[in-house]
Design a protein around this ligand. Sequence first.
Ligand SMILES: Cc1ncc(C[n+]2csc(CCOP(=O)(O)OP(=O)(O)O)c2C)c(N)n1
Ligand code: SF4
Length: 340
Amino acid sequence: MAATNKIGLSKSDYKGAPTTLCQGCGHNSILSQIIAACYETDMLPEDIVKFSGIGCSSKAPTYMLDRSFGFNGLHGRMPALATGALIGDPTLTGLAMSGDGDSISIGMGQFKHVIRRNVPMVYIIANNGTYGLTKGQLSATSEVGLTLKKHGTNELEPIDVCLEAMASNATFVARAFAGNPKQVKTLIKAALHHNGTAILDIISPCVTFNNADDSLHSYAWGRENKTPIHDLSFIPARDEIMIEDFEEGTTQDVIMHDGSKVRLQKLERDYDPTDRIAAVQIIEEARANHLLLTGLMYISPDRPSLMDTLNLPEKPINRLTPDELRPSADTLETINAAMF
Ligand SMILES: Cc1ncc(C[n+]2csc(CCOP(=O)(O)OP(=O)(O)O)c2C)c(N)n1
Ligand code: SF4
């Protein structure tokens, strides 16, 4: 019999249609880790809603979580769609996967505003520095000097996903490399439990159009240069008692909204991800020196999310009946009277 998680589901209950992405595409590894993270944290698939835009990365909803609803927005417009859907039913967990083209090129405005609003959702940018789906053009995250066969050489400065997220006042900013599945999975678990927009910039090589060894989005470069800033583990609130403590003095716990913990075991550098200035500094340092620093760059677990500030009714709006939605004659009169 297949193994099951605490809610009695097997891993296959979290899968989607077989992938049609190229063999070896980084997006496939991210998908496997999303499936594993949802399975291991006992999420009910029906409680998750999937979002994406347009691109190879944005095909993700098809290849995972068959039992969850999913939406593909217009290219770059996924955040607005997600904001509306989650306001309609805030009991759902939003899980978005997009690309650097979808979010950082055409969708930059939407990317920044969803962060500013702190819409509670996991927002993965599968960052390959190219437009894979349309056959290998340069994107807004391509590095200066990158030469792609079909497009030529990039002369423009790239946009840094994490820096843009910080500038928009993000409450959760992390970077990972698709070739490091354990770290990707742990960050996704933590992001699923964050009450706000959790930005995960995951370097995800496009093996077909941007995988030359010297490309800053290739497997070779990622393997060679990835530098974790800490070792991460995620402890769901109910599991705490079962987890053994790390050696004292070498760890920092960040308590999430629901009581879960992200435990950070310090490596060489002493880094506090709740320090905003330190986060901007470390991301800028990585950008300037072409370092692939990975880990949880910044977290602010207590800032209210959009849903905390909207004064929404207890019953999700999408389940209100016409009678519940229609204001009474008295209420309408009071509203009208207040306007004149
Ligand atoms: C309005 C609009 N402009 C352009 C396109 C063409 N288009 C489709 S996907 C894409 C880029 C996707 O790149 P990215 O988000 O990085 O995803 P990847 O395929 O690399 O995973 C573009 C330009 C489109 N579908 N709609
Ligand atoms: S073209 Fe690139 S991004 Fe698209 S599926 Fe193939 S490897 Fe992945």
